[in-house]
Design a protein around this ligand. Sequence first.
Ligand code: NOJ
Length: 555
Amino acid sequence: MSEEWWKNAVIYQIYPKSFLDTNNDGIGDLNGIDRKLDYLRELGVDALWISPFYLSPQIDNGYDIADYRKVDPMFGNNTDLEKLIKDAHEKGIKIIMDMVANHTSDQSIWFRESRKSKDNYFSDFYIWKDPKVDGSEPNNWGSNFGGSAWTFDENRQQYYLHYYGKQQPDLNWENPKVREAIYDVMRYWKAHGVDGWRMDVITSISKNQEFPDNANPHNLKYVVGNQNNGPRMHEFIHEINQEVFKPFSMMSVGEAPDSKSKDARRLVEPEREELNMVFTFEHMHVDRKPGDVNGRWAIQPVDVVQLKKTLANWQNTLNNHGWNALYFENHDRARTPSRWGNDKEYRYESATAFATVLHGLKGTPFVYQGEEIGMTNPEFKLDDYEDIELKTNYEKLVKQEKTISEADFLKAARKISRDNARTPMQWDDTKNSGFSDVSPWFKLNPNYKNLNVLKDRSSDKSIFKYYQTLIKLRHTEKVFEDGDFQLLLPDDKNIFAYTRTLDDEKWLVIANLSSEIQSVELLKNYIDDKIVINNYADKVSDSLKPYQAMILKSK
Ligand code: NOJ
């Protein structure tokens, strides 16, 4: 097996809480994943990235870890994990764990010790600062989950830093003992057979030790910003590589908010020995009003020209310098047909069109659970949402700062909130969608009776089958791994088209990302080409139907 197995692989992300419940507590579990390994093998994926299942108070659905070495009983136990890894390996599927190394839960023994005194072993495991003379926070940094990024601790009479919830204190990566403790955890799981790591907000681990105030153009009390790409970031990530990834041949994909393609290149250039690939955020911002005080809650219609420009820029900048991680959905993103496509008349077509343009690119595609059947956003009421990010931002933006109305916030939540992707997996049309025999931890999308795995797979228009074909292409056609990328029609507002070329092979990937028929002159040049995949039955002509997508191979 090649060291770089991930280059022609497709990776499937599982959000374990919402995947499959086998012990009827309403929460998905590791045995649920085990039970669906054949399903995943039929889909054709090579590896599973499983979101955190460590012991956790679940303030942020497991991205708040209390014990890095223990599976949370709600998901099973360490033996279940060992079985899952063994069974997956037997079926040729690798397992990628999620390492949350920027912060822990405040229930972690490390933090409980750290807050006890200023002079114990764990005191400097976190970032503690004295108050200003007036008792206020050390600076104006804001938390991603609203309010200040600092919380005062009565016992130490100091503030601790948290980029996320106050229950998620940031680790102090300046402290070598912290770094070694994290590497030790990673080696521990390697010993259990884990094949790689998805590194949560890894670009946030190095903090500017001057702790300067953030620029404050909107005159806010607390400002979110400058949380990434800190001064020692590359040094720390290189160290993780040397201590864990490289000696144990583990795959790595880092979450890299705020990274531009040039920054990413420095993170993934193989000679630098940092990460294999990173998740960019840039292309996910194409439906956000730039510079708006309401940040990601200030939505606008998707800008297809911008989407192409951004993805093409990443393709070109990393070409021959590193590797891309390709995704549209994950547990922090909404469902693509509802967000950018048309989840009513053209659900099948828009789900498959976006899948086509993503899977044709150079890099490793990631498929998020439910994406392979075109799951959609639920149209929830505000009270139905669970997510800490949504709730804290609602308090801040709607209630306190009043920069957005409740109606507009709800509209944005229905489009982009993280909860859209977290509803239980829709397996069939039985009670609770076959996810659980009891009421699930989070509301189901009410459309599960018509939209579920069983129904999709037996339909003429099966999104699952379309994904099977796309995934098979990645495995069989070298051009998708190595072929050069060239964007065509960059200014077209609806058509996403590009070629991939390798030696004398030339492939065209093309999709109409709109609900209207579009005429495409360019297609006339490809009329004699072989249709490799097409989400309509039509032959090649000079137009594309709504959300029509094709991959063609030149004869
Ligand atoms: C990114 C994770 O994907 C997200 O779900 C989480 O809330 C933050 N990092 C904090 O860990």
